[in-house]
Design a protein around this ligand. Structure first.
Ligand SMILES: [Zn+2]
Ligand SMILES: [Zn+2]
Length: 186
C-alpha cells in the first residue's frame, strides 16, 4: 500500500461510525497526517495541545514506517482506533485511555462491519517491519533483506551456478544498512 491521502478516510469513518461528530461546521475537529520515517514503535497516535490562549487543537499521526507496507485494513483499524480516542476526548469530554467508553465504541464498530477490526493495540507484529540490512551479491547483484548481519553468508544462487553448490568467498554477501540503500523509504 502506498501512502494514500488519509483525510477522505477520516471523513468516511466519521460519517459511518461517529455520526459526523468529528466534524464541526464542515471542518475536521482533528487534523490527520502521516508521520515522517522516525515513528517506528507505534502505528498511530492521538495528540492534543492547548496554546497560550487556552485554545485546544488535536491531531492524529499515522506511522509511515509501520503502516506503509501493511494492507489497507491496518491503516483503517489504526485510524479508527485514534478517532475513538478523539471522540472520547472531544465529544464525550471524558479523560480516559482505553477505558469503558473506548471499549464500548470499539466493540460497536467491530460488530457493524467486517472490513477491519479495531483493537487496543497500537503496534503490529515485528515480522512486518522494515529490515535493518540489505545484503547484495557482488556477482549477480541480487539483493536480500536481513534483520541482522550473518557472517559468512553467501549468495546461494551463485554458489550453485558457479561452484557446484559449494560455498565460495567470491559469493560473499555485502551488507549495507537498509536506510542507505533504499533512502526513498525514509
Ligand atoms: Zn489507544
Ligand atoms: Zn549471486
Amino acid at each position: 500500500m502506498s501512502l494514500i491521502p488519509v483525510l477522505p478516510l477520516y471523513l468516511q469513518l466519521n460519517r459511518e461510525y461517529f455520526q459526523n461528530s468529528l466534524l464541526e461546521k464542515g471542518v475536521p475537529r482533528v487534523s490527520v497526517r502521516w508521520s515522517d520515517g522516525r515513528m517506528r514503535t507505534t502505528a498511530g497516535m492521538y495528540k492534543t495541545k492547548t496554546n497560550f490562549f487556552g485554545v485546544k487543537t488535536s491531531e492524529i499521526i499515522l506511522s509511515k514506517p509501520v503502516l506503509e507496507f501493511l494492507p489497507k485494513k491496518a491503516l483503517m483499524s489504526t485510524l479508527c482506533h485514534e478517532m475513538i480516542h478523539a471522540w472520547v476526548d472531544l465529544v464525550l469530554k471524558v479523560d480516559e485511555s482505553h477505558g469503558s467508553n473506548f471499549q464500548k465504541r470499539m466493540a460497536e464498530i467491530n460488530s457493524f462491519q467486517s472490513d477491519f477490526q479495531v483493537t487496543v493495540r497500537h503496534s503490529f507484529p515485528l515480522t512486518k517491519k522494515i529490515p535493518k540490512w540489505v545484503a547484495t551479491c557482488p556477482s549477480c547483484k541480487r539483493r536480500f533483506p536481513y534483520r541482522r548481519i550473518v557472517k559468512g553468508a553467501a549468495c546461494r544462487n551463485c554458489c550453485n551456478d558457479f561452484f557446484g553448490g559449494r560455498w565460495d568467498k567470491k559469493c560473499l554477501l555485502i551488507y549495507k544498512p537498509f536506510s542507505s540503500v533504499c533512502s526513498n523509504y525514509f
